[in-house]
Write a protein that binds this ligand. Structure first.
Ligand SMILES: Nc1ncnc2c1ncn2[C@@H]1O[C@H](COP(=O)(O)OP(=O)(O)OP(=O)(O)O)[C@@H](O)[C@H]1O
Length: 307
């Protein structure tokens, strides 16, 4: 971490650097302690915006928790933090005690622990104009200061692209694996290839690809209309020799659910997209088994949510 000081520190700056280094080293310890209790970390990312990454992150976390796993969900998408809105989750993040180094309790939604960088903003409608180092520090602090407890899965929702947020997650969370979300059209697939190359560069394994908005199943005749084409996600997965975790069709209920703060997995279980999401959740569970499953303990909800 001393590299952040540069080599031209004056002696006075040097002492600032040293105290900064000590603080970072202490934070590293806290991060390691926090992550040591988390069995699997999943970063949900996409090359392109609006492909359904937050929708996938929320429903994947919810699906895994419904299978009886202990799940945490962390939203590090500072520019469009949607996770709490999608869960109708409100409440305050509070420290467990008055001690200066007390851990902060995440919000709870059913048995899920949820944290969003949204809580770093004074006004939730403010635009975030943060430079890289501030974002990096905020994410590190969110990992270090949260009382995640023991988790089978921590699902992290990152903003689109390969910027500071996914890079910080990849560098801060050893063992984290990427789930890459795409839509079937070629422009989205071109960006997915960049995401795959990013994962290779930072040596983050790719757990698999998901093709979202993969056709629209007509509720009247049951016929599938390939609005954005179909099969591109699977082809890209094959091209890069990566697992394909499944294709989720378009369903207007996904939008309605997201806007109403009711996660899609809670809608009609017979809907093709609900079944497709459930299959994706099972594919993730199979490829990334939780190890020794810890029976879920229902937690008192610190906020309110609609799952
Ligand atoms: N399978 C689907 N069928 C219909 N609508 C969907 C589907 N998946 C996502 N959506 C809708 O598409 C919009 C974008 O989804 P979402 O916010 O999850 O994307 P994102 O990739 O996280 O966006 P951003 O780049 O802004 O972070 C939302 O209105 C969401 O409800």
């Amino acid at each position: 971490m001393s590299s952040s000081c540069g080599s031209s520190c004056s002696s006075q700056q040097g002492s600032t650097c040293n105290s900064g280094d000590a603080r970072l080293a202490q934070q590293d310890l806290a991060i390691n302690r926090s992550l040591g209790k988390i069995k699997n970390k999943i970063l949900v990312m996409s090359g392109k915006g609006g492909v359904g990454k937050s929708t996938v992150a929320v429903n994947l976390a919810l699906g895994l928790s419904r299978l009886g796993h202990k799940v945490g969900l962390m939203d590090v998408d500072l520019h469009g933090p949607d996770v709490c809105r999608m869960l109708s989750l409100s409440g305050e993040l509070v420290a467990a005690s008055d001690e200066p180094d007390a851990l902060v309790e995440p919000l709870t939604c059913g048995t899920m622990k949820v944290v969003s960088l949204e809580y770093m903003m004074k006004d939730k409608d403010d635009a975030v104009i943060w430079r890289g180092p501030l974002k990096i520090q905020a994410i590190r602090q969110f990992v270090a200061d949260m009382d995640w407890g023991e988790l089978d899965y921590l699902v992290v929702d990152a903003p689109p692209g390969t910027g500071d947020e996914p890079l910080t997650v990849a560098q801060t969370m050893p063992g984290v694996q990427a789930v890459i979300v795409t839509t079937p059209q070629e422009v989205a697939l071109a960006d997915v290839r960049k995401s795959i190359n990013f994962c290779r560069t930072v040596e983050m394994p790719v757990l698999g690809l998901i093709e979202n908005m993969s056709g629209f199943v007509c509720p009247h005749c049951g016929k599938t209309v390939d609005v954005f084409g179909a099969g591109g996600g699977k082809r890209t997965a094959e091209e890069f020799d990566l697992p394909f975790l499944g294709a989720v069709p378009m369903d207007p209920q996904v939008v309605a659910g997201g806007d109403a703060g009711k996660p899609y997995l809670s809608s009609d279980a017979a809907a093709p997209a609900v079944q497709a999401f459930a299959a994706v959740v099972r594919a993730v569970e199979t490829r990334l088994p939780p190890g020794r499953a810890i029976p879920p303990i229902p937690m008192a909800s610190a906020g309110s949510c609609r799952i």
